[in-house]
Design a protein. Structure first.
Length: 353
Protein backbone atom coordinates (compact mmCIF):
# COMPACT_ATOMS: atom_id res chain seq x y z
CA UNK A 1 0.00 0.00 0.00
CA UNK A 2 1.49 3.35 -1.09
CA UNK A 3 0.37 6.39 0.87
CA UNK A 4 1.02 10.09 0.47
CA UNK A 5 1.71 11.87 3.78
CA UNK A 6 1.22 15.61 4.29
CA UNK A 7 2.56 17.55 7.29
CA UNK A 8 2.08 21.29 7.90
CA UNK A 9 1.47 21.53 11.67
CA UNK A 10 4.24 24.00 12.44
CA UNK A 11 6.99 25.47 10.25
CA UNK A 12 7.94 22.59 7.95
CA UNK A 13 5.99 22.10 4.71
CA UNK A 14 6.37 18.38 4.08
CA UNK A 15 5.10 15.62 1.80
CA UNK A 16 6.27 12.03 1.43
CA UNK A 17 5.32 8.71 -0.11
CA UNK A 18 5.74 5.58 2.03
CA UNK A 19 5.00 1.98 1.09
CA UNK A 20 3.49 -0.42 3.63
CA UNK A 21 4.25 1.90 6.54
CA UNK A 22 8.03 1.48 6.39
CA UNK A 23 9.64 1.90 2.96
CA UNK A 24 10.27 5.57 2.17
CA UNK A 25 9.82 6.22 -1.55
CA UNK A 26 10.24 9.99 -1.14
CA UNK A 27 10.48 12.43 1.76
CA UNK A 28 10.41 16.16 0.92
CA UNK A 29 10.71 18.77 3.68
CA UNK A 30 10.74 22.51 2.95
CA UNK A 31 11.92 24.12 6.17
CA UNK A 32 10.83 27.64 7.04
CA UNK A 33 13.40 27.87 9.87
CA UNK A 34 15.37 30.66 8.18
CA UNK A 35 12.21 32.67 7.65
CA UNK A 36 11.34 32.55 11.37
CA UNK A 37 14.90 32.85 12.73
CA UNK A 38 14.76 36.65 12.92
CA UNK A 39 11.70 36.41 15.19
CA UNK A 40 13.43 33.92 17.52
CA UNK A 41 10.56 31.45 17.06
CA UNK A 42 7.70 30.53 14.73
CA UNK A 43 5.59 33.48 13.52
CA UNK A 44 2.18 31.75 13.01
CA UNK A 45 0.69 33.84 10.20
CA UNK A 46 3.92 33.81 8.24
CA UNK A 47 4.06 30.01 8.67
CA UNK A 48 0.58 29.41 7.26
CA UNK A 49 1.16 31.75 4.31
CA UNK A 50 4.41 29.98 3.46
CA UNK A 51 2.66 26.58 3.64
CA UNK A 52 0.14 27.93 1.13
CA UNK A 53 2.93 28.91 -1.25
CA UNK A 54 4.94 25.71 -0.92
CA UNK A 55 2.43 22.91 -0.35
CA UNK A 56 1.57 21.95 -3.94
CA UNK A 57 5.15 22.12 -5.28
CA UNK A 58 6.29 20.03 -2.29
CA UNK A 59 3.58 17.39 -2.96
CA UNK A 60 4.44 17.33 -6.67
CA UNK A 61 8.10 16.88 -5.79
CA UNK A 62 7.26 13.99 -3.42
CA UNK A 63 5.35 12.19 -6.20
CA UNK A 64 8.09 12.90 -8.74
CA UNK A 65 10.83 11.57 -6.45
CA UNK A 66 8.76 8.45 -5.75
CA UNK A 67 8.25 8.12 -9.53
CA UNK A 68 4.53 7.61 -9.04
CA UNK A 69 1.36 8.84 -10.69
CA UNK A 70 -1.74 9.69 -8.68
CA UNK A 71 -3.38 6.46 -9.85
CA UNK A 72 -0.72 4.42 -8.05
CA UNK A 73 -1.51 5.89 -4.61
CA UNK A 74 -3.79 4.11 -2.13
CA UNK A 75 -4.59 6.99 0.21
CA UNK A 76 -3.60 10.29 1.79
CA UNK A 77 -2.58 10.81 5.43
CA UNK A 78 -2.50 14.32 6.85
CA UNK A 79 -1.69 15.85 10.24
CA UNK A 80 -4.81 17.44 11.73
CA UNK A 81 -3.41 18.36 15.17
CA UNK A 82 -1.89 19.33 17.50
CA UNK A 83 -0.25 22.41 16.01
CA UNK A 84 -0.89 25.92 14.76
CA UNK A 85 -4.44 26.35 13.41
CA UNK A 86 -3.53 28.31 10.28
CA UNK A 87 -0.71 25.90 9.44
CA UNK A 88 -2.80 22.75 9.98
CA UNK A 89 -5.65 24.19 7.87
CA UNK A 90 -3.44 24.40 4.79
CA UNK A 91 -2.41 20.73 4.93
CA UNK A 92 -5.85 19.40 5.82
CA UNK A 93 -7.59 21.41 3.14
CA UNK A 94 -5.17 20.36 0.42
CA UNK A 95 -5.37 16.72 1.54
CA UNK A 96 -9.18 16.78 1.43
CA UNK A 97 -9.30 18.37 -2.00
CA UNK A 98 -6.79 15.90 -3.44
CA UNK A 99 -8.43 12.88 -1.80
CA UNK A 100 -11.84 13.92 -3.14
CA UNK A 101 -10.54 14.67 -6.63
CA UNK A 102 -8.46 11.49 -6.88
CA UNK A 103 -11.03 9.31 -5.07
CA UNK A 104 -8.58 8.26 -2.36
CA UNK A 105 -9.28 7.56 1.33
CA UNK A 106 -8.33 10.39 3.70
CA UNK A 107 -6.67 9.59 7.04
CA UNK A 108 -6.28 12.30 9.68
CA UNK A 109 -3.18 11.74 11.79
CA UNK A 110 -2.24 13.00 15.24
CA UNK A 111 1.18 14.68 14.90
CA UNK A 112 2.46 12.91 18.03
CA UNK A 113 1.35 9.55 16.63
CA UNK A 114 3.30 10.48 13.51
CA UNK A 115 6.44 11.14 15.57
CA UNK A 116 6.09 7.72 17.22
CA UNK A 117 5.64 5.98 13.85
CA UNK A 118 8.91 7.47 12.56
CA UNK A 119 10.36 4.47 14.42
CA UNK A 120 8.64 2.08 11.99
CA UNK A 121 10.33 3.65 8.96
CA UNK A 122 13.44 2.02 7.51
CA UNK A 123 16.26 4.37 8.61
CA UNK A 124 18.22 3.81 5.37
CA UNK A 125 17.03 2.93 1.83
CA UNK A 126 18.88 -0.40 2.15
CA UNK A 127 17.52 -1.31 5.61
CA UNK A 128 14.57 -3.57 6.37
CA UNK A 129 11.41 -2.75 8.33
CA UNK A 130 12.30 -2.30 12.02
CA UNK A 131 10.93 -5.13 14.16
CA UNK A 132 9.26 -3.46 17.14
CA UNK A 133 7.72 -5.50 19.96
CA UNK A 134 4.92 -4.40 22.31
CA UNK A 135 4.44 -3.21 24.96
CA UNK A 136 6.55 -0.23 23.94
CA UNK A 137 7.36 2.87 25.96
CA UNK A 138 7.48 6.05 23.85
CA UNK A 139 9.28 9.19 24.91
CA UNK A 140 7.95 11.99 22.69
CA UNK A 141 10.10 15.09 23.01
CA UNK A 142 9.46 17.93 20.60
CA UNK A 143 9.09 21.69 20.50
CA UNK A 144 5.56 21.44 21.90
CA UNK A 145 5.54 18.19 23.89
CA UNK A 146 7.34 16.04 26.44
CA UNK A 147 5.27 12.89 26.90
CA UNK A 148 5.86 9.40 28.22
CA UNK A 149 3.35 7.08 26.57
CA UNK A 150 2.76 3.35 26.97
CA UNK A 151 1.82 1.59 23.74
CA UNK A 152 0.34 -1.88 24.28
CA UNK A 153 -0.36 -2.40 20.58
CA UNK A 154 -0.52 -0.42 17.33
CA UNK A 155 -2.56 2.81 17.76
CA UNK A 156 -3.14 2.07 21.46
CA UNK A 157 -1.78 4.71 23.82
CA UNK A 158 -1.88 5.34 27.57
CA UNK A 159 -0.30 8.54 28.84
CA UNK A 160 2.06 8.05 31.80
CA UNK A 161 3.19 11.66 32.12
CA UNK A 162 3.67 14.95 30.32
CA UNK A 163 5.20 18.34 30.85
CA UNK A 164 3.78 20.64 33.51
CA UNK A 165 5.27 23.73 31.86
CA UNK A 166 7.75 23.99 28.98
CA UNK A 167 8.31 21.13 26.54
CA UNK A 168 11.89 19.81 26.29
CA UNK A 169 12.45 21.36 22.84
CA UNK A 170 10.91 24.65 23.97
CA UNK A 171 13.42 24.76 26.85
CA UNK A 172 16.27 24.15 24.38
CA UNK A 173 14.94 26.95 22.15
CA UNK A 174 14.56 29.45 25.04
CA UNK A 175 17.99 28.73 26.52
CA UNK A 176 19.60 29.00 23.08
CA UNK A 177 18.01 32.43 22.70
CA UNK A 178 19.21 33.44 26.16
CA UNK A 179 22.75 32.34 25.27
CA UNK A 180 22.64 34.09 21.89
CA UNK A 181 22.84 30.81 19.97
CA UNK A 182 19.93 31.42 17.58
CA UNK A 183 16.91 29.42 16.37
CA UNK A 184 16.17 26.51 16.30
CA UNK A 185 17.88 26.11 19.63
CA UNK A 186 18.27 22.35 20.00
CA UNK A 187 20.97 21.78 17.38
CA UNK A 188 22.72 25.04 18.40
CA UNK A 189 22.88 24.01 22.08
CA UNK A 190 24.08 20.53 21.13
CA UNK A 191 26.86 22.03 19.00
CA UNK A 192 27.96 24.53 21.68
CA UNK A 193 27.78 21.82 24.38
CA UNK A 194 30.46 19.80 22.57
CA UNK A 195 32.98 22.49 23.56
CA UNK A 196 31.77 22.78 27.18
CA UNK A 197 31.73 20.78 30.41
CA UNK A 198 28.40 19.24 31.54
CA UNK A 199 29.62 19.44 35.14
CA UNK A 200 30.60 23.14 35.04
CA UNK A 201 27.28 24.32 36.56
CA UNK A 202 25.21 22.44 39.11
CA UNK A 203 21.77 23.03 37.60
CA UNK A 204 18.51 21.68 39.10
CA UNK A 205 16.77 18.53 37.90
CA UNK A 206 13.02 18.36 38.55
CA UNK A 207 12.34 14.71 39.46
CA UNK A 208 8.80 15.44 40.83
CA UNK A 209 8.86 12.35 43.07
CA UNK A 210 7.74 9.13 41.39
CA UNK A 211 5.65 10.93 38.80
CA UNK A 212 6.34 10.61 35.08
CA UNK A 213 5.58 14.27 34.52
CA UNK A 214 8.28 16.72 33.47
CA UNK A 215 9.06 20.32 34.39
CA UNK A 216 11.80 22.45 32.85
CA UNK A 217 10.88 25.93 34.05
CA UNK A 218 13.07 25.77 37.21
CA UNK A 219 16.05 24.73 35.12
CA UNK A 220 15.38 27.56 32.68
CA UNK A 221 15.27 30.09 35.52
CA UNK A 222 18.49 28.70 36.99
CA UNK A 223 20.32 29.30 33.69
CA UNK A 224 18.88 32.82 33.54
CA UNK A 225 20.19 33.47 37.08
CA UNK A 226 23.69 32.39 36.03
CA UNK A 227 23.59 34.77 33.06
CA UNK A 228 22.37 37.55 35.37
CA UNK A 229 25.23 36.80 37.78
CA UNK A 230 27.75 37.40 34.99
CA UNK A 231 25.87 40.50 33.96
CA UNK A 232 26.09 41.93 37.48
CA UNK A 233 29.78 41.16 37.60
CA UNK A 234 30.32 43.16 34.44
CA UNK A 235 27.95 45.94 35.71
CA UNK A 236 25.71 45.86 32.67
CA UNK A 237 21.96 46.30 33.14
CA UNK A 238 20.11 43.40 34.71
CA UNK A 239 17.56 41.60 32.50
CA UNK A 240 14.09 41.18 33.98
CA UNK A 241 12.94 38.20 31.99
CA UNK A 242 13.95 35.86 29.22
CA UNK A 243 11.73 37.77 26.78
CA UNK A 244 13.23 41.13 27.50
CA UNK A 245 16.69 39.76 26.86
CA UNK A 246 15.99 39.14 23.17
CA UNK A 247 18.63 40.82 21.06
CA UNK A 248 20.54 42.15 24.06
CA UNK A 249 24.32 41.69 24.20
CA UNK A 250 25.78 38.82 26.18
CA UNK A 251 27.92 39.70 29.21
CA UNK A 252 31.62 39.39 28.34
CA UNK A 253 33.24 36.23 29.65
CA UNK A 254 29.95 34.31 29.83
CA UNK A 255 30.92 30.62 29.54
CA UNK A 256 28.31 29.88 26.88
CA UNK A 257 29.64 26.41 26.04
CA UNK A 258 29.75 25.32 29.72
CA UNK A 259 26.23 26.63 30.31
CA UNK A 260 24.96 24.89 27.17
CA UNK A 261 26.61 21.60 28.19
CA UNK A 262 25.36 21.80 31.80
CA UNK A 263 21.83 22.68 30.66
CA UNK A 264 21.75 19.87 28.11
CA UNK A 265 22.99 17.39 30.73
CA UNK A 266 20.30 18.46 33.21
CA UNK A 267 17.56 17.84 30.59
CA UNK A 268 19.09 14.56 29.43
CA UNK A 269 19.48 13.24 33.00
CA UNK A 270 15.77 13.70 33.73
CA UNK A 271 14.63 12.28 30.37
CA UNK A 272 16.86 9.22 30.78
CA UNK A 273 16.03 8.73 34.48
CA UNK A 274 12.26 8.80 34.01
CA UNK A 275 12.31 6.67 30.87
CA UNK A 276 14.44 4.03 32.60
CA UNK A 277 12.13 4.00 35.62
CA UNK A 278 8.98 3.66 33.49
CA UNK A 279 10.56 0.98 31.26
CA UNK A 280 11.28 -1.10 34.38
CA UNK A 281 7.92 -0.47 36.08
CA UNK A 282 5.90 -1.41 32.99
CA UNK A 283 8.32 -4.15 31.87
CA UNK A 284 8.24 -3.00 28.28
CA UNK A 285 9.84 -4.90 25.40
CA UNK A 286 10.96 -1.77 23.60
CA UNK A 287 11.69 1.92 24.19
CA UNK A 288 10.97 4.31 21.31
CA UNK A 289 12.31 7.87 21.16
CA UNK A 290 10.41 10.37 19.05
CA UNK A 291 10.30 14.09 18.18
CA UNK A 292 12.92 16.71 17.35
CA UNK A 293 14.82 16.45 20.66
CA UNK A 294 15.36 12.73 20.01
CA UNK A 295 17.89 13.79 17.37
CA UNK A 296 20.16 14.89 20.24
CA UNK A 297 23.12 12.50 20.11
CA UNK A 298 24.08 13.02 23.75
CA UNK A 299 20.56 11.94 24.79
CA UNK A 300 20.56 8.88 22.53
CA UNK A 301 24.01 7.83 23.75
CA UNK A 302 23.16 8.12 27.45
CA UNK A 303 19.77 6.49 26.93
CA UNK A 304 21.34 3.43 25.27
CA UNK A 305 24.00 3.22 27.99
CA UNK A 306 21.45 3.35 30.81
CA UNK A 307 18.55 1.27 29.52
CA UNK A 308 18.38 -2.50 29.76
CA UNK A 309 15.57 -2.54 27.17
CA UNK A 310 16.07 -2.56 23.38
CA UNK A 311 15.78 1.03 22.18
CA UNK A 312 14.88 2.57 18.83
CA UNK A 313 15.43 6.14 17.73
CA UNK A 314 14.91 7.45 14.20
CA UNK A 315 17.77 9.15 12.31
CA UNK A 316 17.77 12.95 12.91
CA UNK A 317 15.93 13.78 9.66
CA UNK A 318 13.05 11.51 10.72
CA UNK A 319 13.00 12.83 14.33
CA UNK A 320 12.22 16.40 13.32
CA UNK A 321 8.96 17.18 11.51
CA UNK A 322 8.49 15.28 8.26
CA UNK A 323 5.65 13.66 6.31
CA UNK A 324 7.07 10.14 6.03
CA UNK A 325 6.12 9.59 9.67
CA UNK A 326 2.57 10.76 8.86
CA UNK A 327 2.31 8.37 5.91
CA UNK A 328 3.56 5.52 8.11
CA UNK A 329 0.95 6.18 10.82
CA UNK A 330 -1.73 6.48 8.10
CA UNK A 331 -0.80 3.01 6.82
CA UNK A 332 -1.38 1.41 10.24
CA UNK A 333 -4.75 3.19 10.49
CA UNK A 334 -5.92 2.41 6.96
CA UNK A 335 -4.83 -1.23 7.33
CA UNK A 336 -7.38 -1.45 10.16
CA UNK A 337 -10.09 0.26 8.11
CA UNK A 338 -9.75 3.52 10.00
CA UNK A 339 -10.22 6.57 7.79
CA UNK A 340 -11.55 10.10 8.22
CA UNK A 341 -14.74 11.70 7.00
CA UNK A 342 -14.90 14.73 4.71
CA UNK A 343 -15.77 16.95 7.70
CA UNK A 344 -12.36 16.37 9.31
CA UNK A 345 -11.42 19.54 11.21
CA UNK A 346 -8.10 20.66 12.66
CA UNK A 347 -7.64 20.23 16.44
CA UNK A 348 -4.89 22.51 17.73
CA UNK A 349 -4.68 20.84 21.18
CA UNK A 350 -5.30 17.24 20.07
CA UNK A 351 -4.30 14.59 22.64
CA UNK A 352 -2.94 11.14 21.96
CA UNK A 353 -5.31 8.26 22.70
O1 LIG B 1 9.46 17.50 16.44
P1 LIG B 1 9.90 18.85 16.03
O2 LIG B 1 10.64 18.99 14.74
O3 LIG B 1 8.70 19.84 15.96
C1 LIG B 1 7.66 19.85 16.89
O4 LIG B 1 6.76 19.01 16.76
O5 LIG B 1 7.76 20.67 17.81
O6 LIG B 1 10.78 19.39 17.23
C2 LIG B 1 11.39 20.63 17.19
C3 LIG B 1 12.15 20.82 18.47
C4 LIG B 1 12.73 22.22 18.59
O7 LIG B 1 12.40 22.72 19.87
C5 LIG B 1 14.22 21.98 18.44
O8 LIG B 1 15.00 22.92 19.15
C6 LIG B 1 14.37 20.59 19.02
O9 LIG B 1 13.24 19.89 18.55
N1 LIG B 1 15.59 19.93 18.53
C7 LIG B 1 16.58 19.53 19.34
C8 LIG B 1 17.61 19.02 18.48
N2 LIG B 1 17.17 19.12 17.19
C9 LIG B 1 15.92 19.68 17.25
N3 LIG B 1 16.73 19.57 20.67
C10 LIG B 1 17.88 19.11 21.19
N4 LIG B 1 18.91 18.62 20.44
C11 LIG B 1 18.81 18.56 19.08
N5 LIG B 1 19.82 18.08 18.36
ZN1 LIG C 1 6.81 17.63 15.60
Amino acid sequence: MKLLGIETSCDETAAAVVEDGWRILSNVVASQAQLHAKYGGVFPELASRQHLVWILPVIQEALAQAELDWGELDGIGVTYGPGLAGSLLVGVNVAKALALAKELPLVGINHLEGHIYANWLAPEPSSKAPHILFPALCLIISGGHSNLVLMTDHLNYASLGSTLDDAAGEAFDKIARLLGLGYPGGPAIEEAAKEGSPAAFDLPRAWLGDSYDFSFSGLKTAVLREVQRYEKQTRTSQPKSLRKRRGSALPPGLPVEDLAASFQQAVVAVLVGKTKQAAEEYQVETVLLAGGVASNQSLCRQMSEELNTPMFFPPPALCTDNAAMVASAAYFRLERGLKSDWDLDVVTNLNLG
